[in-house]
Design a protein around this ligand. Structure first.
Ligand code: NAG
Ligand code: NAG
Ligand code: NAG
Ligand code: NAG
Ligand code: NAG
Length: 525
């Protein structure tokens, strides 16, 4: 298939793709794809494979994505710190701390909320491994109570090259935040991730859970006491992951995660006392993302029980709740004024670049809140009228089904799922011959000329990746250079893990929730 000495491509047909005539048939009879019921269990399994494709470091013996190999084995060496491991964020080979931590927070949230559904689907072990690959790295990166290594590599030099991570010759410089150069967004988000993961691991691995919680508490204290914007301290993060909303949303979000993990009232009081000055009860926002976390914090606060709280605290929780519900009503198109736009095909539409992140992030929040309403026997009062948990879930299903192929392009935006999906994902590793098949070094520019610029599909299918997705008119161009639409990110897929599990269990009609001892299924972790 490849000229193995040159790593040039001779034959451009990946074996795992459907014959053309079959794709044509499916396109000619779109009703067959539109009316199909989706296999959410398959989507769940695939979504977890994606995290293995994004791994940096030394890959374990049971690595299932076999076109990847060890990479980044000297990360941190120049700065005298061991930073091997963690995740590449997207289609490049930089380890960005803020989106990595956010990815782990969302993964953990989905896993804790839908742990039984994930266990029923047989994916508990893989889901925990996906979280632990991140948290093991955060433990290494948090070298001192007030020092967090928050990035390895930089986008500028990385983007000059098109290289598999296994071949990287770009800078692997590591960047940190500390007392002199604080970074509250990244420190607080990493605290949130470790607190959330500590809940997931509590029963399964109490020692590990306790360790995560200690790190989380220290990181939160660091983020709060030494306040500052991380992208001022780490200039190399600035143009790639600029913090537009500042760090107050991360501080509230982290405090609420710590309260959930510890039940220590200090964290609750923090989220109450700072609710107004930090924007928690004043910002009504219709987007939730790695940068803007107000809606997530508001939903966490809205789900806290009111009993046993004094009048003033109840009042503040009520304000949080009203903002949380604003977000949800806006997604459902049921507010009088601001609603989230939709494409003609019905997909939530926030902006051109990687719009899918807002869709999948909303899907998790809405699914979690629907569960909450269900279990507390409540409805949501939107301007357009009351909305029950089932209606919220039906809307989420419309978004998930759109992602999986029920859309005007007839494509699954979850790569590797169904008969047709993006074939030219903007991803260095996936678009270049696998290191295992082709060990010859592929240089920086050689990658651009030999691999990036080809018209042919990627040689490796990035299974489980959720790409940036279509534009405002449901249109999608499957071109490697069209990174606004064809690049995938870890925080696009992360929120879908729990959501797929929920729909898989609903489809099976089983509500076998409380009976399943999930710990026994994952005893190997
Ligand atoms: C609660 O958390 C605060 C801040 O970390 C700490 O000082 C305090 O000792 C904790 N309280 C309990 C009961 O653990
Ligand atoms: C739930 O709410 C409905 C309507 O308010 C009420 O009729 C029903 O008894 C409630 N069920 C429970 C379990 O609280
Ligand atoms: C949207 O609806 C929610 C829930 O009813 C409400 O709290 C919020 O004030 C509304 N906002 C706007 C701008 O319509
Ligand atoms: C929303 O609009 C409807 C219809 O115009 C109106 O009846 C209702 O009072 C409005 N609700 C709020 C809270 O503004
Ligand atoms: C619940 O689980 C048990 C044991 O695994 C199984 O026999 C039963 O059929 C399940 N019930 C439903 C409703 O799926």
């Amino acid at each position: 298939m490849w000229d193995k000495t040159q790593c040039q491509c001779n034959l451009a047909h990946p074996k795992h793709f459907l014959p053309r005539f079959l794709v044509l048939l499916l396109t000619l009879f779109p009703t067959t794809t539109f009316s199909q019921s989706f296999d959410y269990g398959d989507a769940l399994s695939k979504s977890l494979l994606y995290f293995e494709a994004q791994r940096s470091g030394r890959l374990p013996y049971n690595q299932r994505v076999t076109w990847r190999y060890h990479s980044g084995l000297t990360d941190g060496l120049e700065q005298g710190v061991e930073l091997v491991g963690g995740y590449y964020d997207a289609g490049d080979n930089v380890k960005f701390g803020l989106p990595m931590a956010y990815t782990i927070t969302l993964l953990s949230w989905g896993v804790m909320e839908f742990q039984d559904e994930i266990a029923i689907a047989g994916e508990a072990k893989h889901a925990l491994e996906a979280i632990k690959w991140g948290t093991d790295y955060f433990i290494k990166a948090h070298t001192h109570p007030h020092v967090l290594w928050a990035q390895v590599g930089d986008g500028d030099t990385d983007h000059l090259c098109w290289q598999r991570p296994e071949d990287m010759t770009t800078s692997r410089r590591a960047y940190k935040v500390d007392e002199e150069n604080p970074g509250s967004e990244v420190a607080a988000e990493t605290a949130a991730a470790m607190a959330a993961a500590s809940i997931v691991f509590r029963r399964i691995n109490p020692h590990y859970s306790h360790l995560l919680l200690e790190h989380a508490q220290q990181l939160f204290e660091f983020a709060d006491k030494f306040r500052g914007n991380y992208d001022i301290s780490i200039e190399a993060a600035k143009i790639y992951y600029t913090s537009i909303s500042g760090y107050t949303d991360e501080l509230l979000w982290a405090a609420l995660w710590l309260y959930k993990a510890t039940h220590n009232i200090t964290y609750f009081n923090y989220a109450i006392q700072n609710a107004e000055s930090f924007g928690g009860t004043t910002w009504a926002i219709t987007e939730f993302s790695w940068d803007v976390k107000f809606a997530g914090a508001q939903i966490l606060a809205a789900m806290l029980p009111m009993e046993g709280k004094n009048k003033e605290d109840q009042q503040i929780l009520q304000e949080y709740r009203s903002k949380a519900e604003y977000y949800i009503c806006a997604c459902l198109n049921k507010n009088n004024s601001t609603n989230v736009k939709r494409t003609p095909g019905g997909l939530l539409y926030t902006r051109r670049w990687n719009n899918m992140q807002y869709v999948s992030n909303a899907a998790l929040l809405l699914t979690v809140y629907s569960n909450h309403l269900q279990s507390t026997n409540q409805t949501l009062g939107c301007h357009a009228g009351p909305v029950g948990p089932t209606e919220i879930l039906a809307f989420v299903k419309s978004q998930v089904d759109y992602i999986l192929g029920s859309n005007p392009m007839g494509l699954s935006y979850l790569v590797g799922y169904g008969p047709a999906y993006p074939e030219r994902v903007h991803h260095r590793g996936a678009s270049t011959a696998s290191y295992k098949e082709c060990k010859a070094f592929i240089g920086c520019m050689q990658g651009y000329h030999g691999w990036f610029g080809r018209h042919a599909p990627n040689p490796n299918v990035l299974v489980g990746a959720l790409v940036g997705g279509p534009g405002s008119k449901d249109e999608f161009r499957d071109r490697r250079e069209n990174f606004a639409q064809t690049e995938a990110c870890t925080y696009n897929t992360a929120p879908l893990v729990g959501v797929f599990a929920k729909f898989h269990s609903l489809e099976k009609g089983s509500s076998n929730s409380t009976t399943l001892p999930s710990a026994s299924l994952v005893s190997s972790i």
